[in-house]
Design a protein around this ligand. Sequence first.
Ligand code: SME
Length: 179
Amino acid sequence: MEDDKHHADYTTFSASQSREEVLQTVIDSYEALTTGQDNWVCNLANASSLLWHAYHSLNVNVNWAGFYLTDKSVLDKQELILGPFQGKVACQQILFGRGVCGSAASEKVTQLVHDVNKHPNHIACDGETKSEIVVPILDESNNTVGVIDIDCLDYEGFSEVDQKYLEELAKLIIKTCKF
Ligand code: SME
């Protein structure tokens, strides 16, 4: 981290930046904040804050930004458990294969959902959510460590641009966090 910068300054995004520039700033800030820090709770908590403030600076109506992690304490099934996030109280557990998050976790593929009503498997933690993107976080052995989940109050809140940067963030999370 730069010496003259306060931690909170990382959540100030310039209003004139494009979506690509803002998302690149999220990546760069995450990298700076995780230098010398490998605790996943700490790093994903700050990542949630970066994502929340980044999308709000772009006037994207994000109502939830955060993480679900593979629960290693559950041995008889594969399940995600709620991790660090910004937004309203959310579902605590999601089985692999269930909901958009569980689909990303089991299929190991990003889920870009333009209209949650058209997704047969969507779990409505918040009935106001209209679209979402869920990106799997895969370790070096291609195991699902967790997912990045971002929800929006508008239809078509996210595109392939978001997918590109969030998939990069997922890779960086694997490099920087001990799970
Ligand atoms: N939308 C998710 C559930 C998690 S909450 O929205 C925070 C899903 O369908 O998997």
